[in-house]
Design a protein around this ligand. Structure first.
Ligand code: PXL
Length: 277
């Protein structure tokens, strides 16, 4: 069985980060080891959340794992809360990354804005971490911050996206994906670039007109799980995009979805059916 170590927070309620990565990756038949970076009562889109920082535990967990000689097939990072955590994740890459696929989802911004608590300097340090990864998957906002370019949220063309992808790959990761790419009112999707083969790929699907917290983490978890199940990158992100869209559709007539997150659990059987095909 393939084994992933994922490094991100536990938001106790709100279906994001580890509370989606662990069940989804496990359901996909891939072992999911966790390095919790912090425990929050909810994700940071609520106000008044508690926050217990676990940064000090991260090097100790790595040291023990090194001592035991544990090996991983992938290292996958999501939301990281501080520059020190970025630097510790780099140490994980150095310690366990030689034979592992290193996947960085640089969670920190959307819709032209950084999430609460993040700074442009943090984004530049996240760009450095992306340089040590094999696959990175920013959205357009995260890409703009990491490349110190103005955010363009609409009206761009394919040449613009291809140029961004090449600049992202230049950070050092062999493969860059951009999520939330849309050239028309009706469609949204992913474009990717592989520097090794100098090739672009993409996948677009119908836009679902609803947005929920945590769906980026659901998407990234399925991409990483798919790679571990032997899918190509493009097959993995097609599966991930369709699953995420199905989760959103399934939730869209429940007003509670905004607070509690999408019904990703109910769609797991369909995810597995597609995975087995
Ligand atoms: O879904 C990304 C995410 C993960 N974890 C925490 C967050 C966010 C996004 O805001 O606040 C704590």
């Amino acid at each position: 069985m393939k084994r992933i170590a994922t490094i991100q927070d536990i938001s106790c309620l709100g279906k994001c980060s580890l509370t989606v990565a662990l069940p989804i990756i496990s359901a996909m038949g891939v072992e999911c080891c966790v390095v919790p970076t912090a425990v929050l009562s909810t994700h940071t889109m609520f106000t008044g959340y508690t926050f217990r920082d676990l940064t000090d535990d991260m090097p100790d967990i790595a040291a023990h794992w090194v001592k035991e000689g544990f090996r991983f097939d992938a290292l996958y990072t999501g939301y990281l809360g501080s520059e020190r955590q970025l630097s510790i994740v780099k140490d994980y890459f150095d310690a366990f990354g030689k034979d592992a696929v290193k996947v960085v989802d640089p969670v920190m911004a959307d819709n032209g804005k950084l999430y609460a608590g993040f700074t442009p300097e943090f984004a530049l340090n996240m760009a450095k971490l992306c340089g040590s990864a094999d696959i990175i998957m920013p959205n357009l906002t995260e890409a703009a911050y990491m490349l110190s370019r103005p955010y363009v949220g609409s009206g761009y063309d394919e040449a613009y996206i291809k140029e961004l992808l090449k600049r992202l790959a230049d950070l050092g990761a062999g493969t860059a994906m951009l999520t939330g790419v849309s050239f028309s009112e009706k469609e949204i999707g992913i474009m990717s670039y592989c520097a090794g083969t100098d090739t672009f790929e993409s996948y677009f699907h119908h836009k679902v007109n609803a947005s929920y917290h945590g769906t980026g983490d659901i998407f990234a978890s399925v991409v990483t799980g798919g790679l571990m199940r032997g899918l190509t990158l493009q097959e993995s992100y097609c599966l991930a995009a369709d699953y995420t869209a199905d989760c959103i559709r399934r939730t869209s007539d429940d007003p509670d979805g905004i607070r509690y997150g999408v019904y990703f659990e109910a769609e797991i059987p369909n995810l597995l059916k597609r995975l087995e095909k």
